[in-house]
Structure formats: structure tokens, C-alpha cells
Design a binder for this molecule. Structure first.
Ligand code: NI
Length: 160
């Protein structure tokens, strides 16, 4: 629940932080997650990683492995849609969360170089979910209707 601290270029380029980023990617893949934020592995710094490696109807198109440092999101629309989310930090639950359908991402990459690009659909959802972790928020905080909150076995029973 802590608000994570930004990283400057020198900290980011240290071998300790570079190794930490590699560990985050490994952890995300080990748990079959599509994203991971540093606070989820107990480091209160503003780093998120994400990757949509497998195309599924619920996940839309693939998104390559991405590392964002000090990300800032700006909604590109007022439109929000609800869809299911889960989280490694709140295991075995699913719930419907409203998210902006498109956002602009301004951040640095793992080398400290600035990046800026738009994201839409599931990509935009993943980025909003992960960046919330940097401010100590989980998707439950964003749910407007808790009646959709479901244990995973129940979700899988009805989702299939
Ligand atoms: Ni999460």
C-alpha cells in the first residue's frame, strides 16, 4: 500500500536494479502473469513489467515484453469499459474493473531512455492495473460493483 519512489538514471543503470528487473520478468513469467509491479515483490520503486505472450480472446493481441520506469499515464478518452481482472497480490479472485479504453504512456525504458506511446484495449487495461500498484492501489479499489467479485474456481466454472 506504500506509494513507490521514482528512480533516477544512475540508480536505474546500477547492476542491482538491472538484475532486479530481470528477476521481475522471471517472476511474472513463472506465475503466468501478464504484468508485475515492483511493489508486488517488496521493492517500493516505480518499475512495472508486462508481456502478453499468448493471444486469447480475453487478452486481445500480443504485447511484447515491456519495462516501464517512472510511468505516467494520461487517459486519451473519457470512455471506460468493465472487464475481468485478477492479481498475483490478491490471489484466487476475479472481479470486473472499469478502465480507460486508451491511455498515453510516458515513461523511461530500462536504460533510462524516454518512451511515449499510446495503448488501447487489453494493453491499456494491463498498464493501468500495474501502474496502480505503484500508488499502492489494487484492482479491488477500482471496482465500482463488488457483486462481480468471485473466487477463481467459480469464475472458471462460468467463464468457460
Ligand atoms: Ni496486480
Amino acid at each position: 500500500r506504500t506509494v513507490a519512489e521514482p528512480l533516477d538514471r544512475k540508480q536505474l543503470r546500477s547492476s542491482a536494479v538491472q538484475r532486479f528487473i530481470d528477476d521481475m520478468v522471471e517472476t511474472m513469467r513463472d506465475y503466468d502473469g501478464v504484468g508485475l509491479a515492483a511493489p508486488q515483490v517488496h521493492e517500493a520503486v516505480r518499475i512495472v513489467v508486462y508481456e502478453v505472450a499468448v493471444e486469447r480472446p480475453s487478452r486481445g493481441t500480443k504485447v511484447p515484453l515491456t519495462v516501464l520506469v517512472n510511468p505516467v499515464l494520461t487517459p486519451l478518452t473519457g470512455e471506460r469499459v468493465e472487464d475481468w481482472e485478477g492479481c498475483l497480490s490478491v490471489p484466487d479472485l476475479r472481479g470486473k474493473v472499469p478502465r480507460y479504453t486508451s491511455v498515453r504512456i510516458d515513461a523511461q525504458d530500462r536504460d533510462g531512455e524516454p518512451v511515449s506511446y499510446p495503448a488501447a484495449g487489453f494493453h491499456a487495461r494491463v498498464v493501468q492495473h500495474e501502474c496502480d500498484h505503484l500508488d499502492g492501489k489494487v484492482y479491488l479499489d477500482r471496482m465500482t460493483d463488488l457483486s462481480t467479485l468471485t473466487f477463481l474456481p467459480e469464475f472458471l466454472r462460468f467463464a468457460g
